[in-house]
Design a binder for this molecule. Sequence first.
Ligand SMILES: [Mg+2]
Length: 350
Amino acid sequence: MFENSRESRTSLSEYGEFGLIDHLTKNFLVTSEATIKGIGDDAAILDFKDNKAVVTTDMLLEGVHFDLSYMPLKHLGYKAVMANLSDVYAMNATPTQITVSFAVSNRFPVEALEELYAGIELAAKLYKVDVVGGDTCSSKTGLVISITALGAAREEDIVYRSGAQTNDLLVVTGDLGAAYMGLQVLEREKEVFKVNPRSQPDLDAYTYLIERQLKPEARKDIPPLFKALDVKPTSMIDISDGLSSETIHLCKNSKKGVYLYEEKIPLDPAVISVCEEFKLDSTTIALSGGEDYELLFTIAQADFEKIKANPNFTVIGHMAEEGEGMHLITRGDQKVPLIARGWNAMKEED
Ligand SMILES: [Mg+2]
């Protein structure tokens, strides 16, 4: 993943607020033609021409959403951008700009914020979005980071959560549960480290899971793939909280029921083996784990032929009339109600 380098510590007070922002954003270039004016005036000026503007925002709090004892700041910056871009892709739109705001206490040196911004810069470069503004202030407690993403879409391409029809297929990209199991591995290592700070963990077997937790990638490949396959989903959402709660969002917004098949849920072999190691049920982890940043969507059955051979997609169920309810069909062919248990809720029960 990323390597961390510098050891020196420069106090935040050596820069004022404006000096700090100038310093941290000096490498940011404007590359999108939708950006007329980026950083450097009272406000950014954007031009989406005939497209609709898409806006989404997300706030991350230290101790609630991340733990800096195993989340390096560069990864945090990258992941915070991904969480926002994922929401733009979930509208079948293209992200074009972000703004970045943070609150920080002076326990952080300038070098720490440079690491945070290095992650943001890398994400912005790889996903071709301009950083066009933001704010900074001091925090008496933990680090807070808030990112707003802007994007553009043609009106006819936009996909809402509310368009699913009865008998539409429920489809998911990638595989599920790995980010949550990566978190479990990192939390276990943190406990080991507390007891023995000289322990050298061998995490090779967990590389995929830890990468999914620390360096998730939003599915920027999926909206163009829909276009190439000539498929427009009838509804879509990204998976930040877990498959069950996102499925319920699609059902409630579309006023539909669902049958979701346990045996169809895509799991990486590493998730299955680490779930065995931690004595956790892999289906529960996929349903409630969260932070996978995959896309969950519905398509008309007539479009099945167009997606069936594509390795990015797995059909996991189908929509039903609202009155039929929302169900998980287990491997043992039992019908159980689908309930929302986001990963935060799951953590509280531990
Ligand atoms: Mg979302």
